[in-house]
Structure formats: C-alpha cells, structure tokens
Ligand binder design. Sequence first.
Ligand code: NAP
Length: 243
Amino acid sequence: MSENTIALVTGANKGIGFEIAAGLGALGWSVGVGARNDERREAAVAKLRAAGADAFGVPLDVTDDASVEAAARLIEERGGRLDVLVNNAGVTGGMPQQPTDVDLDTVRTAVETNVIGVIRVTNALLPLLHRSESPRIINMSSTVGSLTRQSDPDTENQVGPLSVAYSPSKTFLNAVTVQYARELRGTKFLINAACPGYVATDLNGFRGVRTPEQGAAIAIKLATMPADGPSGSYFDDDGVIPW
Ligand SMILES: NC(=O)c1ccc[n+]([C@@H]2O[C@H](COP(=O)([O-])OP(=O)(O)OC[C@H]3O[C@@H](n4cnc5c(N)ncnc54)[C@H](OP(=O)(O)O)[C@@H]3O)[C@@H](O)[C@H]2O)c1
C-alpha cells in the first residue's frame, strides 16, 4: 500500500478540478486526475507533473458504470486504497432552464452527472476509502443549491439565473451528502458539500469573478480536515451555507 495520501478528483482536466488536483499535489499527495477525454486528461497530468505533483491519469466518465468500475480498479492497483475523493465533475445540463418550458433532457443531463454520477463514483470507491485511516469525501456543490437563498427575494442577485436543472441538481446533491454522512456517522469518514464561489470557468462562459485557484481552496480545506472536523455540512470560504 502507498504511504502517500491518495486522492481522486473527478473532472480534474480543467477549471476548479484541475486546481484542486494542483493544490492537493502541492501537499505532496498522490493525485488521480479523473477525466473522460484522453487528450485533455494527459495534458492536465503532464502540466501537474511538470509542476512537481505526483499526478496520475484516471480515465473516468462519471455517467458510465464500466468507466467508474475501471477507475476504481486502477486506483486499487496503484495505491491499494483511497484517502480523499473530490466529486467535482459537473455540468449545467445546458441553458436556458426556465422551469415552465425546459427541455426535459436538460434536467436529466444535470441530474445524471451532478447527482447520480456522484453516487456511482462514491459507491464504487467506498471499499477503497474504507481502507483509509482518515477518509474524506468532498462533493462540489454550489450556493445556487441553497433553498434558503433561492427562496429569499433579498438574495435574488446571489442565486444565479433561473434554473430548474442545475440549481436543483445541487440541492439534490446536498441532500445526498447528508444521507451519506448519516449512514457513515460515527465512522472515520468526513463527508461534506462545498461551494467554490462564482469562478471563471467553461461552466459559465468565464463570467465568474473568482479564479479557479480561489475556487479550489474550500475543497482543499475540507480534504485536509482533522478527525474531529465536520461531516454532513455545506461550506464556502465564508463558513457554513444555509441548506
Ligand atoms: N464555476 C463556478 O462558478 C461554479 C460555482 C459553483 C459550483 N461549481 C461546481 O464546481 C465544479 C467544477 O466546475 P467548473 O466551474 O470547474 O467547470 P468546468 O471548467 O466546466 O469543469 C467541469 C469538469 O467536469 C468534467 N465533467 C463533466 N461531465 C463529466 C463526466 N460525465 N465525467 C467526467 N467528467 C465530467 C469536465 O470534463 P470535460 O472537459 O470532459 O467536459 C470538466 O473537467 C462543478 O461541479 C460545478 O457545478 C462551479
């Protein structure tokens, strides 16, 4: 078994996921770069390795059972266990997402990747996480998934465009995070949801105001929480986000 801390970041070929991988790599960890496209994955791994990180490529499409099972096998062969899983891969599902005339495929796409993908990946990797001394799972959510904020007319400017696919998929992901934390309460697992803030990436046409590196900070913080850290909660850089 590897002596280094071993992490897997899904959707790590670009954006926030790439910077999470870079940040964990800078800690001296061994970091799996989960990505579905061979060229983009290998380019990201090469860039991380050039910066000194112990990065390795993990072919991974979170919507595909066989791909996720193969990723779990690859990590088992490489490290024998997994310490930290960052479920970062995400999509909007496409825009627009006005509730009253949305294309149902838009909703299905968002839920398939942002929710079912997380459950699929987490469950495939749980046996390897159970072998860790301090397993951590971080689900990259968003404040747009906060029903408290979405239903408060005073926070209208903080909750993104109307979206009946992306925002509810993050609400669903938050609920899923709580259920995992419940099942694994009293174990060494810490499982939390995180929002990176509004970050300039492909996801929003680079309209975000934060850098991907800034967006990665909360995931890195949660990945390195001590044993008495929180579980089943929802954070951004400012602290706990209301559900
Ligand atoms: N940007 C923001 O302001 C913001 C705010 C709140 C939350 N978030 C969340 O932060 C996470 C990262 O977003 P980002 O802004 O960095 O977006 P991004 O630059 O578009 O990156 C998304 C990543 O997810 C990957 N991905 C998508 N579908 C996948 C699949 N089926 N299997 C494997 N990988 C898949 C993408 O891979 P490809 O290159 O192959 O498409 C890419 O690597 C997402 O969960 C997002 O919802 C972002």
